[in-house]
Write a protein that binds this ligand. Structure first.
Ligand SMILES: C[S@@+](CC[C@H](N)C(=O)[O-])C[C@H]1O[C@@H](n2cnc3c(N)ncnc32)[C@H](O)[C@@H]1O
Length: 197
């Protein structure tokens, strides 16, 4: 199954044509049901939002929510993050990337499936506008530590690397589906924010 996803090809997206305006664009990678992104799109009509997930089943819930609200500033696409960012997204075009509760794949032999890798971080940097942000959250301390190592290896690319535990750095009110689920279970939630130099 994973091979089929990686074999997919994506056409380049020109955001001004795709959204019909030149507003800033925020993307959520692995948006699941799109709960956070729909809420943020409602509150920010002057920003465009694109949610991607490699599985459409849950994302369709977000699509339906957005359609019911008749939101014109949000789109959802089924896509694999790395290939999609490489092929479809122009350099210096995204103002904020949101990556919340990516699958942790705790077994060592499965960790190659993790979405947050050094290659992804390089791509995020290249696709961000100057001063753009990457917002990250996870409940998995091991994954968080691995992410921090990856970030430290590219420290020259980022300024204002902020961290928090149990406190969302950006947009404290709107939460993702998993954020609410894990908080209700009393898990520690780890957050970090990177700002492109
Ligand atoms: C645990 S869910 C988190 C969903 C949402 N961000 C939240 O916090 O509620 C992780 C999501 O990432 C998606 N995902 C995993 N690897 C991906 C990849 N390489 N590209 C795109 N989406 C991916 C999964 O399909 C899943 O929907």
């Amino acid at each position: 199954m994973a091979r089929a996803f990686l074999a997919e090809k994506y056409d380049p997206i020109v955001f001004s044509e795709y959204f019909g305006n030149i507003h800033p664009v925020e993307m959520e990678i692995g948006c699941g049901k799109g709960k956070f992104l729909v809420a943020r799109a409602i509150e920010n009509p002057g920003i465009n939002f694109l949610g991607i997930d490699r599985v459409s089943k849950f994302m369709n819930i977000g699509k339906t929510r957005a359609q019911k609200r008749e939101l014109s500033n949000i789109r959802f696409l089924r896509a694999e993050a790395r290939a999609f960012l490489t092929e479809a997204i122009a350099p210096a075009s995204v103002s904020i990337f949101h990556i919340y509760f990516p699958d942790p794949w705790p077994k060592r032999r499965h960790q190659v499936r993790r979405v947050f890798t050094p290659q992804l971080l390089e791509l995020l940097h290249a696709r961000l506008v100057p001063g753009g942000l990457v917002e990250i959250a996870t409940d998995d301390k091991d994954y968080f530590d691995a992410m921090k190592k990856t970030i430290a290896a590219t420290a020259q690319l980022w300024e204002n690397v902020r961290e928090a535990v149990n406190e969302r750095i950006l947009d404290g009110l709107n939460k993702t589906h998993y954020e609410l689920k894990w908080a209700a279970e009393g898990r520690s939630l780890y957050y970090t924010e990177l700002k492109k130099r």
